[in-house]
Design a binder for this molecule. Sequence first.
Ligand code: PSU
Ligand code: MN
Length: 305
Amino acid sequence: MTEKSSNVPIIFSAEVTSARENGTPIVALESTIITHGMPYPENVSTALEVEEIIRAEGACPATIAVLDGVINVGLERKQIEDLAQRDDILKLSRADLAYALISGKSGSTTVAATMICAAQAGIATFATGGIGGVHRGAEVSFDISADLQELAKTPVMVVSAGVKALLDIPKTLELLETLGVPVVGFQTDAFPAFWSRESGEACPLRLDQPQEIAALYQMRQSLGLEGGMIIANPVPQADEIPRNEMETDILEAIAEANRHHVVGKEVTPFVLSRIKDLTNGESLVTNIALVKNNARLAAKIAKAL
Ligand code: PSU
Ligand code: MN
């Protein structure tokens, strides 16, 4: 993928700079999962362990965030620790990324904003936990994550454990189809539901090898098709929480969000945090396991590209 030249304030860590010079494959990582997705200190340990997994596969991790108005591609350990403990960090998506840059603010990047920054840096592979999607009740609330539109526009592959089961998964898949986003199950026919290996929905496409995923990405580029892809990678069996076990806690967490009139960007962090408490921390353990599993696959895809 070619890099965009522009007046964008963007800097690369020493590790990412040398990977770019040496042609080492790079995997982008988001930072909203650190600031808004997981509590301290698990957010720090997970972020650092995920980076180590990518290095062990022979690729270079690039955790992305906006620090004082500058896009940072690759963070130092101290920067991750600082982000993870501050409570004044904006959650940035397509709508407000540029705002943070012109006003010198700091923000973590969601899947959508991380894709934009990765494309700026010429990085085609990105690992996260789960992308945003169509929320349950979206027919009333209109709450649909900007991640979906971004996948239709920006040529970055996102490795995700399906979408979070707190969302409306059938509607999310319908919208992705409309937007022309390939949804590829990795070694599975079932579309995963984040904490669970199955959602009850089928995966529209299936590939079993990282090389095939790289080939699909390149064929879409050859066809001139804009946009990215979702690689749906189910959480390992040993770490999964079955769907029926999760559902009661999900319904309770969503009901609490509605009772407290939680709206907009706050919805996903609020519901994730309540689900963690309602499952006595079990959902967090699974969340950490699936992010690591996605990082491992993303590194393999980046190498195959
Ligand atoms: N995956 C996780 N935890 C998270 C997120 C993803 O395991 O916290 C974040 C991602 O940054 C994603 C965002 O882009 O949640 C979606 O937020 P929203 O629903 O507000 O678009
Ligand atoms: Mn939303």
